[in-house]
Write a protein that binds this ligand. Structure first.
Ligand code: PLP
Length: 465
């Protein structure tokens, strides 16, 4: 029988559990009394059964949404830490994993060229962005937050939660923040912070950071870089010129968000927020009467909005970065480069095939396209059919709703009867995608021919009747 789910790493795991156990040798023996242990296998089997109801995210033929399997070492380090269940809120609850968090976060900050900074892990990009916008609002009280139309919707919602004024800056035909529009928005002097998205969630478009830095020099707003998705591409050597020059200057932002649980090979529950000025820590100040007794050293709960947090997430990240350091040209960087290369090859195949209309050339590893038809609404209908036909053949793409302007001149004489296109989206995040592109293409091609063939037949039938 073919094995799809990696299991070999479990051998190293048992060894690690024994090693961890040996560290507590001095304690008197005791028997853990978890109830129901003898029925555990049965309960777990039921869970395995239930979990079948998922797309196969771990497989290269899953090429749809933004989902990437964690590295086996991250999975196991997380599980190993579960025997302790440390809480990174305070050193009393998680001494070792708090130290690991500080080290791992320092390595992420170093990737952006920061040595002195303030930062920590948190539940994900949403909480990380919330903390960044909250600090931004403390620094510039009463001033507006701006983000582009293609920025993550979370910024608008977070601004509402924090009761901050929010304004949307139009995006251009490649999903990047429109600079002329931004210049107009900041001219009034009432803008406190501009959210610059380095890798939009929908299309991986990279906002033009160098020009926005130029505007900051003139107007004095803060820049928050939302690099939840794209931050790790700072390490990739095969991006286009525009994305490269924006990511190169990310260290000049005032705050940065990056999601280790997106491209950092981590299980969900791992976001990261960084502030260039460590004095941002003053806003978090509180005096809890009961949590911090063990030392004068920094407790992470003193610089984080969330209180209890999984030390296991820090252990997983620390272990992954120990195995695969965040270095340009290293194995980790090569993994990102492979996904990026896969996206380019896939894009070029789509572009050359007259059955498809490609949107703009991808800046990271996300490809957007649609099948050609007489009108945008017909293309939209066909996109959904191809999505279904591909899924029946085990190829899982995603369906997305995108502005028609993303297709630019590529639509030719096609009737633009809608402002948005329901299209196909493929996020090629896994290194394995590179060698699987020919296979992915064959399946997509067969599914598309089937759908277009059926369309042709029914059109002919309609004309005859
Ligand atoms: C994913 C994402 C978010 C939200 O992060 P979560 O980890 O899903 O909470 C915010 N901004 C960008 C650019 C993202 O890609």
């Amino acid at each position: 029988m073919t094995v799809h789910l990696e299991q070999k790493s479990l051998e190293a795991f048992l060894e690690a559990v024994q090693k961890l156990d040996a560290g507590f040798r001095g304690l008197p023996a005791f028997r853990s009394s978890a109830p129901g242990s003898e029925r555990m296998a049965e309960a777990l089997a039921a869970t395995a059964e239930r979990l079948h109801d998922n797309y196969p995210y771990f497989h290269p033929l899953y090429a749809g949404q933004m989902l990437k399997p964690p590295h086996p070492v991250a999975r196991l380090a997380y599980a190993l830490a579960m025997w302790i269940n440390p809480n990174n809120h305070a050193l009393d609850g998680g001494r070792a994993s708090s130290a690991m968090e500080k080290e791992a976060v320092a390595e992420i900050a170093a990737m952006f060229g920061w040595k002195e900074f303030l930062g920590h892990l948190c539940g994900g990009g949403t909480i990380a962005n919330l903390e960044a916008l909250w600090v931004a609002s403390q620094m510039h009280p009463g001033k507006k937050i701006l983000a582009s139309q293609q920025a993550h919707y979370t910024h608008k919602r977070i601004s509402a939660v924090l009761q901050l004024q929010f304004e949307c800056v139009p995006s251009d035909a490649r999903g990047r923040m429109d600079l002329n529009a931004l210049a107009r928005c900041v001219a009034g002097g009432d803008v406190g912070t501009v959210v610059v998205t380095l890798g939009t969630t929908a299309t991986g478009s990279v906002d033009p950071l160098p020009e926005i830095l130029g505007l900051r020099a003139k107007h004095g707003f803060r820049i928050h870089a939302d690099a939840a998705y794209g931050g790790y591409f700072r390490l990739a050597g095969n991006l286009g010129e525009q994305a490269t020059r924006s990511l190169e200057r990310i260290g000049e932002a005032d705050s940065i968000v990056i999601d280790p649980h997106k491209h950092g090979l981590q299980p969900y529950g791992c976001g990261c927020v960084l502030f260039r000025d460590p004095s941002a820590g003053r806003f978090y100040k509180h005096d809890s009467p009961y949590t911090y007794f063990s030392s004068a050293e920094l407790h992470l709960g003193e610089i984080s909005l969330e209180c209890s947090r999984p030390g296991a997430a820090a252990a997983a990240l620390w272990t992954t970065q120990k195995l695969l350091p965040l270095a340009r040209g290293g194995e980790f960087a090569r993994g990102l480069e492979r996904g990026r290369a896969a996206a380019l090859i896939f894009y070029e195949r789509i572009e050359k095939d007259e059955r498809f209309a490609a949107a703009f050339r991808p800046e990271l590893d996300i490809v957007i396209f649609a099948p050609r038809a007489k009108s945008v609404s017909e293309m939209s209908t066909l996109s959904r059919r191809i999505f279904d036909a591909a899924a029946k053949r085990n190829l899982h793409l995603a369906v997305a709703e995108m502005p028609v302007v993303f297709w630019g001149e590529n639509l030719g004489a096609i009737e633009r009867d809608r402002e948005t296109m329901t299209c196909l989206r493929s996020v090629l995040m896994k290194p394995e995608h590179l060698e699987w592109i020919p296979r992915i293409w064959d399946v997509l091609s067969a599914a598309t021919s089937e759908v277009l063939g059926a369309e042709e037949t029914s059109r002919a039938a309609r004309q005859e009747s």
